[in-house]
Design a protein around this ligand. Structure first.
Ligand code: GAR
Length: 192
């Protein structure tokens, strides 16, 4: 049996995709362990989900630091100490400092709700609708120093329906993400 992938998860909000990763581990579809769930937001529901699964949590509240550099330094220190195989961004809504990215080359993954390279940044569901696109989806990619620009690992797409709204697309994309992210991580676990 291969060693489980050692993961640290970073999230800012609801954490539903993170919970799908946890469920894949619990169902033994994903050979991984979550060392820590970290958040920049003390009120993130993802932290509650983590505690309900008896996972370690750590909040680095940006408001408690004198500036973003001090916040990023604290984040880096925590990540370096944990020595994860991969850092998994799952709805983490901050840009990581360049020296964090350089400390973990090809070791930081992100899931982004669009078919990158289309629609990096925010409000992707609104933007595909405004553009009249026929396809939408999600991308897992390695994080580099650009905005949602690192090498793409995998994508899943859906066909936009006439009745779709930004909210329905958000939900439908999340359903794809709940399957895709654990699958990608398992591929990395096989490789390690
Ligand atoms: C996911 O749809 C993810 O793709 C997106 O946030 C959502 C998190 O959902 N990520 C980004 O927009 C990153 N820029 P969750 O909090 O329910 O897991």
């Amino acid at each position: 049996m291969k060693k489980p992938l050692r993961l640290v998860v970073l999230l800012s909000g609801d954490g539903s995709i993170f919970e799908a990763i946890v469920e894949a581990i619990e169902a033994q579809r994903l050979n991984a362990e979550i060392l820590m769930v970290m958040s920049d937001n003390p009120n993130a529901y993802g932290l509650t989900r983590a505690r309900l699964h008896n996972l370690n949590t750590h909040t680095i509240n940006v408001k408690e630091y004198s500036d973003t550099n001090a916040f990023q330094r604290a984040l880096k220190e925590a990540l370096v100490t944990l020595k994860p195989d991969f850092i998994v961004l799952s709805g983490f809504m901050r840009i990581l400092a360049a020296d964090i990215i350089q400390a973990f080359p090809k070791r930081i993954l992100n899931i982004h709700p669009s078919l990158l390279p289309q629609y990096p940044g925010l409000h992707t569901h609104e933007r595909v609708l405004a553009a009249g696109d026929k396809k939408h989806g999600t991308t897992v990619h390695f994080v580099d120093e650009g905005l949602d620009s690192g090498p793409i690992i995998a994508q899943r797409e859906l066909t936009i329906l006439p009745e779709d709204t930004a909210e329905s697309l958000q939900q439908r994309v999340k359903e794809l993400e709940k399957v895709l992210y654990p699958e990608v991580l398992q591929r990395l676990a096989d490789r390690l």
